[in-house]
Design a protein around this ligand. Structure first.
Ligand code: IMP
Ligand code: MG
Length: 195
């Protein structure tokens, strides 16, 4: 017989084993939810009467995308694009390639590109150029996290969830080697994990 529901501990009292790999929690699940709700409210006002299409950049954006969509009170469509970036060396500029193209017609639409984290901006730049080819009415960018590292920015970001320093973070969709995406919070990964 399968385990009955009464045998399963409620999710909010359960701690993920992966939490021990964080050196610091930057934003709790509740803080993220509050900020995403505020972003959704703001975007709903800004795009009132427009043809909003949200384009999420896989895979890190999936939790943010799903939560933000539910905070938007105006008609909205969404699609996802796949982009992968890799560096030939630690300090080399990342090479970005598109791994999944768009399915919906963007002609005349007001596109909001959604990303989990803005680091060098290379991924966004490539996605932006691709979206532009579809002749949308407008293109803006929203990033849940924005790394405030002093350097030249290749892309303007209009909507930002949280600003963070030069740290490597995981959780709420963000990964290290495909792990930690399921954490409710966002935290700094203990450097011992990747050193
Ligand atoms: P960018 O192209 O340098 O802006 O990098 C953006 C992508 O790199 C993001 O979509 C993430 O997948 C990944 N990335 C950058 N910084 C972090 C981090 O601190 N934690 C996890 N992934 C990151
Ligand atoms: Mg990643």
């Amino acid at each position: 017989m399968a385990l009955g529901a009464t045998h399963i501990e409620p999710a909010d009292t359960m701690e993920s084993q992966d939490l021990k790999d964080l050196s610091e929690v930057l934003f709790t699940g509740d803080q993220i939810a509050a900020r995403v709700a505020a972003l959704g409210e703001y975007i709903s006002q800004e795009y009132q009467g427009k043809n909003l299409v949200i384009i999420g950049v896989l895979k890190g954006v999936v939790l943010f995308l799903a939560d933000l969509m539910r905070e938007i009170r105006i008609p909205v469509q969404f699609d996802v694009v796949g982009a992968s970036s890799y560096r030939s060396g630690k300090d080399a500029a990342p090479q970005v390639s598109i791994t999944k193209d768009l399915d919906i017609d963007l002609h005349g639409k007001d596109v909001l590109i959604l990303e989990d984290i803005y680091d060098t901006g290379r991924t966004l730049q490539v996605v932006y150029e691709m979206v532009k080819l579809y002749n949308p009415a407008s293109i803006e960018v929203c990033a849940l996290l924005y790394k405030t590292i002093p350097r030249e920015r290749v892309m303007p970001v209009k909507y930002v969830g949280f600003e963070i320093g030069n740290v490597f973070v995981v959780g709420y969709g963000l990964d290290y080697k495909e792990r930690y995406r399921n954490l409710r919070c966002i935290g700094v990964l203990n450097p011992e994990i990747y050193e």
